[in-house]
Design a protein around this ligand. Sequence first.
Ligand code: UD1
Length: 423
Amino acid sequence: MDKFVVQGGMKLKGTVQASGAKNASLALMPATLLASGEYKLHNTPILRDVATMSRLLETMGLKISRDDHTLTIDSSTITSFEAPYEHVKKMRASIYVLGPLVGRFGQADVSLPGGCAWGPRPVNLHIEGLRKLGAEIELEGGYIRARAKRLRGARIVFDVSSVGATGNVMMAAVLAQGTTVIDNAAMEPEIAALGQFLKSMGARIDGVGTNHLEIEGVDALHPAECVTIPDRIETGTLLIAAALVGDKNSSVRIERCTPSHLSAVTTKLEDVGATLTIGKDFIEIVPPESIRPINITTSIYSGFPTDMQAQWIALMSLAQGMSIITETIYSDRFMHVPELIRLGCNITVKDNIATVVGVNRLTGAKVMSTDLRASASLILAGLAAEGTTEVLRVYHLDRGYEQIEKKLASLGAEIERATGEEF
Ligand code: UD1
């Protein structure tokens, strides 16, 4: 297992390019199950989660090759409709194969994902949505076993806005007979990107990017090509790094990003005191003289993303005062807090609220990654800490950040990957 060794105190400046969005790729790849043939997905990030999804689709018989950041997927060779436990347990997004398999083949056996580091993370909305479309679903032997003749359009109102359930039900509904209406649909850019991709495959969907989707089922779709949208969470993480340890006489510029997907984060960074220049596809940030404490409450898009909550806590740990961080999506997603405290952060958590009192300095230590975004917050705090921070179990970071250490190093950070030992 790898670890990152970070020497704190270096000032960041320069330019980096955003990678493609992990959460978009993980939805686009299974969409290729919906029509037989060859697809090209450009700007696909090179990540562990993408590799896991590739392996899952390969076990189902698909042929996948990668040339730089372009994935070519041939779905004409499908032989199996099963997502086995060994893949799903590594990555919950494996459940995205459920909707397309039921919609096209009327058959899917997908292992139940189970819990994760920060809570139970149910899939009831995926199952209820597909049942509304006419699928018969049983939970048996740890698997979701779904069977259907052709699905029928239905009206679905999600109790909770869910990214995954919206993606799954949308993929199932595009081949259903008749019209499906989804209300309280997720509006996240990654779901909008999936909707656009499905449309380019011949699907008829109105309201892409809104919380009201109307899908007119078609008899068949065709393969397509697409360019994956930039990763807003990676961009936001790099912006926070710059706000924390940027060079005050210079700037950090992130190119090939989509600033409009990040408004909730960039606005808060301005509130903190950073100076931002926002273009069509770039954001430039000059760090604040001192970090103002700013409260955040996570919410569905276009609110402040839960996937940026841990990084915000790292930033607030060096603010001039107290801030309140309220997590509304996953109430116990605070696994990073005990590790941040080891670096000197002053944070208390009660229920779904973290209170962060800014400190004057952090000091390097060995810390353990517990999940993807938690690991990012540890790297950020390590960049700001005095001395050496070792972030163990960086495979969590490799799930969702493409070569984060190289990007940070190119901006001037001292960060190295140490490989080949058991950490
Ligand atoms: C996706 C993202 C993840 C992000 C999350 C919230 C991917 C691959 N992952 O995860 O990075 O943190 O959105 O923005 O895109 N819920 C239910 N029942 C369900 C499904 C969800 O109650 O059947 C609840 C969840 O517990 C949570 C909320 O709905 O409280 C939102 O979760 P959801 O949007 O489904 O998250 P994911 O799609 O798993």
